[in-house]
Design a binder for this molecule. Structure first.
Ligand SMILES: Nc1ncnc2c1ncn2[C@@H]1O[C@H](COP(=O)(O)OP(=O)(O)OP(=O)(O)O)[C@@H](O)[C@H]1O
Ligand SMILES: Nc1nc2c(ncn2[C@@H]2O[C@H](COP(=O)(O)O)[C@@H](O)[C@H]2O)c(=O)[nH]1
Length: 197
């Protein structure tokens, strides 16, 4: 039991929102869950990553990603402007550092949606971060979702599924695992983990 000296007020538990990292194999539903969650709770701040990947139809610069050239990505990395970065299935992705630190400093709940390599880097540089793994209900359902999304050609799907095997094996490294059977349920569970509800 914590003992408080007479006449002093006990320290409140640390109420600062923590950085939360959401990872999981490509196609498991990370963006779908996060979009659903932010419709009801726009106060959750989602980092917008930089990427060398080409935009998919409907994706907007500055909203879904900052779409950058290889040279621009080289500079972001060389200048230390990324909190973490990784190469994933033939493209590079990275989290702009300054915006994340500003939002955390402002006391906002901050969410990163990044791959396993990035999650490991965040664990190394910000050990207080909460790492959440989003798992598919089954391998077959993951393949169905990634293929059914229709955004990548078969050879890219194959690369992403190769990466998925490695990511699924790394699930025990995470603090929490949520299984994406229902978008609504997982969005609620994630909000609870982030102390937003
Ligand atoms: N719970 C669910 N049940 C059925 N389909 C789902 C569910 N969650 C997501 N999906 C569908 O799965 C597909 C992949 O979802 P989404 O693009 O959100 O995955 P992702 O994890 O963000 O992928 P990536 O890492 O490649 O960006 C989409 O077509 C989406 O509508
Ligand atoms: N390490 C990082 N991974 C990131 C970042 N932004 C997104 N991602 C992950 O990349 C894959 C592929 O994304 P897609 O949009 O091309 O389907 C997926 O796992 C994302 O979560 C980042 O800044 N750093």
């Amino acid at each position: 039991m914590a003992v408080t000296p007479r006449g002093t007020t006990p320290e409140p538990p640390d109420a600062r929102p923590r950085l939360t990292v959401l990872s999981g194999p490509s196609g498991v539903g990370k963006s779908t869950v996060v979009a659903h969650m932010r419709k009801e709770h726009p106060e959750v701040w989602l980092s917008v990553s930089a990427t060398t990947r080409r935009p998919r139809p409907g994706e907007q610069h500055g909203v879904h990603y900052f779409f950058v050239t290889d040279d621009e990505m080289d500079k972001l990395i060389a200048n230390g402007e990324l909190l973490e970065w990784a190469e994933f299935a033939g493209n590079r992705y990275g989290t702009p550092r300054a915006a994340v630190l500003e939002r955390l400093e402002a006391g906002e709940p901050v969410l990163l949606e990044i791959d396993l390599q990035g999650a490991r880097q965040v664990r190394g540089s910000m050990p207080e971060a909460q790492l959440v793994f989003l798992a598919p209900p089954s391998w077959e359902e993951l393949v169905r979702r990634l293929t059914g999304r229709g955004t990548e050609p078969p050879e890219v799907i194959a690369r992403r599924l190769d990466a998925a095997k490695i990511e699924l094996a790394a699930e025990p490294e995470f603090d929490e695992t949520l299984v994406n059977t229902s978008v609504e349920d997982v969005a609620r569970e994630l909000l609870a983990l982030m102390d937003v509800v």
